[in-house]
Design a protein around this ligand. Sequence first.
Ligand code: EPU
Length: 418
Amino acid sequence: MDKIRIHGPCRLQGRVRASGAKNAVLPEMAATLLVDGPVTLRNVPVVRDVQTMIKVLRHLGARRVSLDGDVLRVEGGAAGEPEAPYDLVRTMRASILVLGPLLARLGRARVSLPGGCAIGARPIDYHIEALRRMGAAIEIEHGFVVASSPRLKGAEIVFAERTVTGTENVMMAAVLAEGRTVLKNCALEPEVTDLARFLNACGARIEGAGTGRIVIEGVERLRGTEHRVIPDRIEAGTFLIAAAATQSAVTVERCDPTHLETVLDKLQECGVVLRVDGDAIGVGKDGPLRGVNVTTRPYPDFPTDLQAQFMALMTRAEGVSIITETVFENRFLHVGELRRMGARIVVDGQTAIVAGPAPLSGAPVMASDLRASACLIVAGLSAEGETVINRAYHIDRGYEKVETKFQTLGARIERIGG
Ligand code: EPU
């Protein structure tokens, strides 16, 4: 099993490019099930979740799915048995994103129910409730969501809480539904907006994506198109945080600074010097960091997907930092590993109190999920001595060529087998 070894502390320098957003391309790939004709997606990150979604699409009968560099071509829509099996869904919860498209396109779907995962229970009740309101009959049978419907009907749906993939799943179902669907309390994430942009380019009629109220007029069919996936704000944020933690001068290119406003504000509040120039963000070397408080919330607030990395940064900062996780109930698994590296962190329910600065020392550590692995890389880069991150496969789900990108910046980081 792969491990990542880091010899710290590392001083980073240079420029690195953000890849396309994993959490935008996954729903867009699921949305190809709705489309007649060829779809080309550009700026696709070559990460394991994309490979898994390719397997899901092939399983569902897409005639041609090919990934060439960062260009993904998909042709064929949904043809085969509309079933997403346990073995695929188990490795990637985002497989649930095929539920809405299959139901809209084929009138039935059988999708393995994603279980809980390391970061929380993560139910899908909001997805199911909304699709039922559109006329679907949905049962849970033997661990599968079994759904059927004649043509879905437009409806007014108010999400009880903002859900990213819930908003996406229902929006995809609504584009081929009969009549108008009004979604309220929608997720505002840029990935939702990018999905709507892609669907509209295919002929869908969606208005209001990026606001809490999305209105969708159903159409008869969607046609193929070309679409460029937005940059990955979480990957970009991870590089910025790593640069700040190692007091380095790094520029992250081809990102969208407007998607990172809250994160940039927090970094500046810590004393990090930033330069935004078009689609590039530079982090400068500077003096000591100050501890700041962070609460994760849905976009445009501070993203839960950067909480772990930010906590690694806060171990370097002077003073106390209070980090509150409100999106997922169990997203502090990295705390134990940071403590093993010398961090002083106390957890009280959904709040972690970080006392800094703590000199980190390299240690063997265990990655528990994708973003926790990124946190351990940030910690390893700034720690004294050797850090070996076990279960490095988690990082490959969402970060493209992570060690190569950090090597380009001068980090002593490598992948080792065994
Ligand atoms: N929730 C429910 N019922 C539902 C749906 C959500 O109770 O039917 C709860 C969740 O348990 C959670 C909260 O609502 O407490 C918000 O969850 P949301 O549905 O927004 O999360 P998601 O759509 O499953 C996406 C990202 C996650 C990211 C979250 C929050 C994708 C493929 N995944 O998950 O990304 O953390 O939004 O921003 O877009 C990651 O990339 O590492 C990752 C976990």
